[in-house]
Design a protein around this ligand. Structure first.
Ligand SMILES: Nc1ncnc2c1ncn2[C@@H]1O[C@H](COP(=O)(O)OP(=O)(O)OP(=O)(O)O)[C@@H](O)[C@H]1O
Length: 282
């Protein structure tokens, strides 16, 4: 199964946000997309999921042109490529388990969804997804009370409820401290390795892309200016992606890496010590 972008372009007025991008990504790859702010990374990801429409070019998955889908077929595609966002996009006042089950929305009738009635099977699936992410103990807490790293893992569990073929993550660790960032990146790598789910993630830190992604796509001014492995990413390539500063000094790789801030660590300190299976009515 191959996922392909062919000459994909997106304009906003006369601004070319994404400029004739062509990529072929085999199923199961872990791909990091890097580049300066404004390089077109988010727009690229959002076009894959059809949150934004390409101005021209086409997007294909397993021989189907997904950029032409409408109606139910489009909703099925959006279920196949689950999105993860920088700000988690959970419903803060709902408990974690319900937030995860909301990932099933595209599978269900509107009537059942409106009533928030979930089947036993959906509950079992949701608990299993939380267990896989190591946060089942938070199942009955309000999502908004969790640490950022825990919330992002809830978002990943919710994505898994869609049984996606691909996970698209738009700067998933940009709001997290280094420890939580590591936990979330480990979780993405884990679902990639264990389930063979393709992961395409925008990252603003070069070191994270190097450490986690087998393939790195570098964007500048809407174009792909680098596509290779971490070891291919030489100082020259980094310069082509991030450019040089006005003194021509080039970019210091440290500028694009995460800084350690121990004072903000807050991972996994919210374990309530409850038995979620029992309380969830299982
Ligand atoms: N809805 C929009 N309307 C107008 N211009 C837009 C819109 N979305 C993006 N752009 C422009 O397209 C270009 C690419 O933006 P995009 O958000 O894709 O970049 P990015 O690499 O993801 O950057 P960042 O990391 O800052 O989000 C930018 O110049 C941006 O201002």
């Amino acid at each position: 199964m191959m996922f392909e972008l062919k000459d994909v372009t997106r304009r906003f007025g006369n601004k070319l946000a994404v400029d004739t991008v062509t990529l072929a990504i085999p199923q199961g790859q872990m791909v990091g997309v890097i580049g300066r702010s404004g390089a077109g990374k988010s727009t690229l990801l959002r076009m894959i999921n059809r949150l934004q429409e390409p101005s021209s070019g086409s997007i294909h998955f397993a021989g189907v042109e997904v950029s032409g889908l409408r109606g139910r077929a489009l909703r099925n595609w959006q279920r196949d490529c689950a999105m993860i966002f920088q700000q988690f996009n959970l419903v803060p006042r709902l408990d974690v388990l319900t937030n995860v089950m909301l990932g099933r929305l595209n599978h269900r009738s509107t009537f059942l969804s409106l009533l928030n009635i979930f089947t036993r099977e959906e509950r079992v699936h949701a608990i299993a997804a939380l267990e896989r992410l190591g946060i089942e103990q938070t199942a009955l807490q309000a999502a908004g009370t969790l640490s950022g790293g825990q919330q992002q893992r809830v978002a990943i569990a919710r994505a898994l409820m869609q049984n996606p073929k691909m996970v698209l993550a738009d700067e998933p660790i940009a709001s997290l401290d280094p420890l939580n960032a590591k936990i979330v990146m480990d979780a993405l790598r884990d679902i990639n390795e264990r389930e063979g789910i393709t992961v395409i993630t925008n990252l603003h830190t070069l070191d994270t892309a190097r450490n986690y992604c087998e393939r790195i796509v570098g964007m500048a001014g809407g174009r792909v200016v680098f596509d290779g492995t971490p070891s291919d990413l030489t100082g020259e390539a980094v310069k082509a992606i991030y450019g040089t500063d006005k003194d021509g000094a080039g970019i210091d790789e440290a500028m694009t890496s995460t800084s350690i801030n121990p004072a903000s660590e807050r991972a996994d300190n919210q374990t309530a010590g409850i038995q979620p299976l029992a309380l969830a009515g299982l």
